[in-house]
Design a protein. Structure first.
Length: 131
């Protein structure tokens, strides 16, 4: 898109024409976010200790990183990441939390039309035995 617009194209088989739709995005005032499903890393009964979360992103404003543990029983804001609109940035976030399942919410902090691109989310963890 350009000038705050998003353009969608659809091919019309019956008329052999391409239809164009334009959405004005300058009136949208919603935060852009992504929330992962609850992750159990192959064993929902095993207790795990997170060490770090890695987030690779590009955003014109700050980005909040929030975790939800064990299907919503605990919620923690881990970090507010700096704006990085020009190049993708990989950030390592310390995450000293214990969980069986975890969901990660990445949210653009501003309600505006800044760029927001999420490239990667990784979790470094170790299993905890005998719990």
């Amino acid at each position: 898109g350009y000038s705050g617009e998003t353009h969608l194209f659809k091919y019309d088989d019956t008329n052999s024409k391409i239809k164009t739709y334009t959405i004005k995005t300058s009136t949208i005032a919603a935060r852009t976010s992504y929330q992962s499903p609850f992750l159990d890393f192959g064993d929902p009964s095993m207790v795990k200790r997170a060490k770090h979360i890695f987030v690779k992103y590009k955003s014109g404003s700050t980005v909040n990183v929030i975790i939800y543990k064990d299907h919503g029983t605990g919620t923690t804001t881990l970090a507010t990441l700096v704006a990085s609109a020009t190049i993708p940035t990989m950030t390592k976030i310390r995450c000293p939390h214990i969980f069986k399942t975890v969901s990660i919410l990445i949210q653009n902090a501003a309600s505006n039309n800044d760029v927001f691109e999420l490239y990667e989310i990784s979790v470094e963890y170790t299993p905890i035995r005998n719990r």
